[in-house]
Design a protein around this ligand. Structure first.
Ligand code: PMP
Length: 360
């Protein structure tokens, strides 16, 4: 590793995050030919949509002087966020410690370790997700200079999607002569739905913006944690503070078994090996399209790929239950729409104070 300043290193990574292709997925559903669109977020540097947020938060933190070279980065996460902060944080030369609930997939834990992060697993008895947040806060307080991204309450999380995910997908659709009627996304921190949603609402009058949750554990509709679900990455144990329901349309709910079946189908029929939340997002997008009419342009994200779930129910036989939508989806074809947005690659971080205009 060279002795480049972390801000220089951030710049070097910029083209590995965001500017993802938009997939147009053609399928038959109950006798009609349909198309749904999804951003291929699994193509980001560390394999998930969370790279966008991690990159943006670190860039802003350096610009604000809240993060110094070599400082500890500490975060609580159900997985992908940790993998993003580990990957980008280590690339910038930071030590990284991640607190996470003990029941996340072994692939996630091992990936974090392989990326050089310290991993602390927090059991249900020790407080699970909320316990992880509390422990991350105390470690940050006890460590001088430590940086805590606080993804659940940090507005820069939403801004990453406002500044890039939204403009990218609108640019890609416009290049095809299409205008989105709805955007749907499963809510983990809510960064994706709030940031992309805000941008689309500003640009496309009347666009619907639907958050998605598991019907087996409807935290957003009930206001608290109920039941269990298998859609890792969404619906943790509380409503994230960055969610503003008055900026969102109706919550859509997807059964975790249906999401698993859909993700399996996307992999086996189209070669798009995605994670369980992508299956949920596809089915929620289908629900939105059902409400708006079969030709409505509905967009979502495929947040990560299936490699982190190889030891989970995603690779087991899943029973079909009454009311599932996935059995009626016959996937036909896949087309990747070009990365058309020239301006929405992550902008350069603010110039560091020691840089003269000529050296930039
Ligand atoms: N799907 C997966 C697999 C995720 O890891 C996450 C992030 N936790 C999400 C969806 C939800 O994204 P967001 O945090 O932006 O709501």
């Amino acid at each position: 590793m060279t002795d480049q300043h972390p801000v220089e290193r951030l710049r070097g990574l910029a083209s590995l995050v965001g500017n993802t292709p938009l997939l147009a997925i053609e399928f038959d559903f109950r006798g009609t030919r349909r198309v749904l669109h999804a951003k291929a977020e699994y193509l980001n540097l560390s394999g998930s949509i969370k790279d966008r947020m991690a990159m943006h938060i670190l860039r802003k933190a350096y610009a604000a002087g809240a993060l110094q070279p070599g400082a500890l980065i500490v975060e609580a996460t159900s997985g992908n966020t940790g993998i993003s902060f580990a990957s980008i944080g280590r690339a910038l030369g930071h030590p990284v410690t991640i607190f996470m609930p003990a029941w996340m997939s072994t692939e996630r834990i091992n990936l974090l370790r392989s990326l050089g992060a310290g991993v602390v697993l927090v059991s249900r008895e020790e407080g699970g997700f909320l316990g992880s947040i509390a422990r991350a806060e105390s470690l940050a307080q006890a460590t001088p200079g430590a940086f805590l991204p606080r993804q659940f309450s940090n507005r820069d999380n939403c801004d990453a999607h406002y500044e890039a995910t939204g403009p990218e997908l609108l640019g890609q659709l416009s290049a095809e002569g299409l205008t989105p009627a709805a955007f749907v996304a499963g809510v983990g921190t809510g960064g994706t739905i709030m940031g992309t949603g805000r941008f689309l609402r500003e640009q496309v009058p009347g666009v619907r913006v639907h958050p998605v949750e598991p019907s087996n554990s409807p935290t957003m509709s009930t206001g608290h944690k109920v039941g269990h679900h298998r859609i890792q990455g969404i619906s943790d144990e509380f409503i994230p503070p960055i969610i503003e329901f008055d900026q969102l349309d109706a919550i859509l709910a997807v059964d975790d078994g249906d999401a698993i079946l859909m993700a399996q189908k996307l992999a086996a029929s189209l070669g798009v090996g995605v994670g369980i939340s992508s299956g949920a997002n596809f089915l929620a997008a289908l629900q939105a399209q059902e409400a708006l009419g079969g030709s409505a342009v509905v967009v979502t994200v495929f947040a990560d790929d299936n490699k982190k779930y190889l030891s989970t129910d995603l690779l087991r036989e899943e029973p079909v239950r009454a009311g599932f939508l996935s059995p009626d989806v016959e996937l036909r074809a896949l087309r990747a729409l070009r990365r058309v947005c020239q301006t929405c690659r992550y902008p350069d971080p603010a110039p560091a104070p020691w840089q003269s205009a000529g050296s930039r």
